[in-house]
Design a protein around this ligand. Structure first.
Ligand code: NAD
Ligand SMILES: O=CCC[C@H](NC(=O)CCC(=O)O)C(=O)O
Length: 470
């Protein structure tokens, strides 16, 4: 018998929400029964219901943002931006469905009509992370529904209250609670859902560790579509620029927005020797001005706590590991209260480390690596098994062309942060960051499969060669 799923407010440690884990078999069976009717609805009806969902979210925007801020610890202003992306996802997904999975027909007098159309897969399991508990699962759920799938959504065990709120908005919009179901649970329920024979697809956002476990589990189930959106060890490479202050701001935004809890956060500032003193000095000065506080504080903080004490402990340990293995602290990681997961933004020069661990340190911890030139910078940036996002700061258009051509990542930017990716573009990485099924605008691709047909309204055929005369 599994125990309750309980979520806590990171900023206070107080209990926020509690419920027993859900029944995986019952949820999948219910979804299977609901699928034929949902898939048979005209596309226009499914779109209309999703638009009503967006309206419901808009009506509840303040309450939703407040809950996101409480359950994740992110500042209220940032939680509001998450709610906005949830709303905007509907229009973007409608356009994406039409553009990427629309119908195509080619008429030919001899062969009839050649048509390409798309069909939904069936029951989609959506597994969500805690850092964007509404926006990222929603980025799978909405395209899946538009394409005609039904959804069993298991939110992160750390953010079930936001998951529940999101699902209730679908229900209030008139999408039944069999078409979008909430499944409360942790990794055990996640594993059971992934392996369930009634599930046709798994749309996962989370750590590389869990994504790899899912990939392994489904190695003998080629019939299930699997989209894995995982983490990164993202580089921001700084070459020469006279705009040091802007460059430093981009570095700070890349590394420390959401307390560094973004898959696209910059983990490594790779900086050309000639820029090192000026840029790192400015980044350090700006980092020391960052306000870290609880989500509703006035003045508003730049960042809140990390998700829980366990995450804070691991980040402190990682900082100390880097420090005791050749790293030089530029700005120490501090934790004012051992009982709460508030961390100060930390910066450490790891140039002298013989072996830098190629892991995702999911928090406000930026490593700095000094390089001689762009070629060394690109080589260092590619020195990772991940490949989600990468930015070049400064340099010339020729430098950016070289960077773009040689960097291994699904998102490559110039004089822009590594994070803050657009929902109107594909969003995904290579290596340990994803399995070549990018989300956001390209989510339409994995929510439906193409069916090719040739069609005539009457049987018409000639026997062809190799027949004797009748
Ligand atoms: N690429 C992206 O789009 C993207 C976006 C946001 C977050 N992330 C990544 O997510 C991570 C942070 O989120 P998290 O800690 O909640 O991730 P996580 O991997 O711990 O959990 C994600 C979800 O998977 C479930 N789960 C865990 N193990 C499972 C298993 N073996 N089988 C099935 N389900 C399992 C969890 O219960 C949760 O719902 C970071 O690594 C971050 O980079 C990636
Ligand atoms: O934490 C990971 C995602 C962060 C965010 N990316 C997106 O919002 C992608 C767009 C989408 O999925 O619609 C970022 O890059 O900051």
């Amino acid at each position: 018998m599994s125990s309750d799923i309980v979520s806590f407010e990171p900023a206070t440690g107080g209990e926020l929400w509690r419920s027993p884990a859900g029944d995986v078999d019952a949820a999948v069976e219910r979804a299977r029964r609901a699928w034929p009717e949902w898939a048979a609805q005209p596309l226009a009806t499914r779109i209309e219901l999703c638009r009503r969902f967006a309206n419901e979210v808009r009506k509840q925007a303040d309450a939703f943002a407040e809950l996101i801020a409480r359950e994740t610890g992110k500042p209220l202003w940032e939680a509001h931006t998450e709610v906005e992306t949830v709303i905007k996802k509907v229009d973007i997904s409608v356009t994406a469905y039409a553009e990427r999975t629309g119908q195509k027909k080619l008429d030919s007098a001899l062969q009839g009509t050649a048509a390409v159309r798309h069909k939904p897969h069936g029951v989609m399991a959506v597994l969500g992370p805690y850092n964007f508990p509404a926006h990222l699962p929603n980025g799978h759920i909405v395209p899946a529904l538009i394409a005609g799938n039904v959804v069993v959504f298991k939110p992160s065990e750390k953010t079930p209250a936001v998951g529940e709120f999101l699902v209730e908005c679908f229900h209030r919009a008139g999408i039944t609670d069999a078409v979008v179901q909430l499944l409360v649970g942790g990794p055990d329920e996640g594993k059971a859902l992934v392996a369930h024979r009634g599930v046709d697809g798994v749309l996962f956002t989370g750590s590389a560790q869990a994504g790899i476990a899912i990939n392994r589990k489904l190695a003998t189930s080629p019939g299930k579509i699997v989209a894995l959106e995982m983490g990164g060890n993202n580089p921001i490479v700084a070459m020469d620029t006279p705009k040091v202050s802007d460059a430093a701001t981009l570095v700070i935004q890349s590394a420390f927005t959401s307390a560094g809890q973004r898959c696209t956060a910059a983990r490594r500032l790779i900086v050309k020797d000639s820029m090192y003193d000026a840029l790192v000095g400015e980044v350090k000065a700006l980092a020391s001005r960052i306000v870290v506080d609880e989500p509703f504080a006035d003045p508003a903080p730049f960042m809140g706590p990390v998700i829980d004490n366990q995450a804070a402990d691991q980040l402190m340990e990682s900082f100390l590991y880097l420090l005791s293995n050749g790293g030089k602290a530029i700005r120490h990681m501090t934790r004012p209260d051992d009982d709460l997961p508030f961390l100060s933004p930390a910066i450490i020069d790891t140039t002298a480390m013989a072996e830098r661990p190629d892991v995702e340190l999911f928090g406000p911890l930026l490593q700095v690596i000094r390089v001689a030139d762009l070629d060394e910078g690109i080589a260092e940036a590619n020195n990772t098994r991940f490949g989600l996002s990468a930015s070049l700061i400064g340099g010339t258009p020729q430098d950016y062309n070289r960077f773009w051509a040689n960097i291994r990542a699904g998102i490559v930017n110039w004089n822009r942060p590594t994070n803050g990716a657009s929902s109107a573009a594909p969003f995904g990485g290579i290596g340990l960051s994803g399995n070549h099924r990018p989300a956001a605008y390209y989510a339409a691709d994995y929510c439906a499969y193409p069916v090719a047909s040739t069609e005539m309204d009457q049987p018409r055929a000639s026997p062809g060669v190799g027949f004797r005369d009748a």
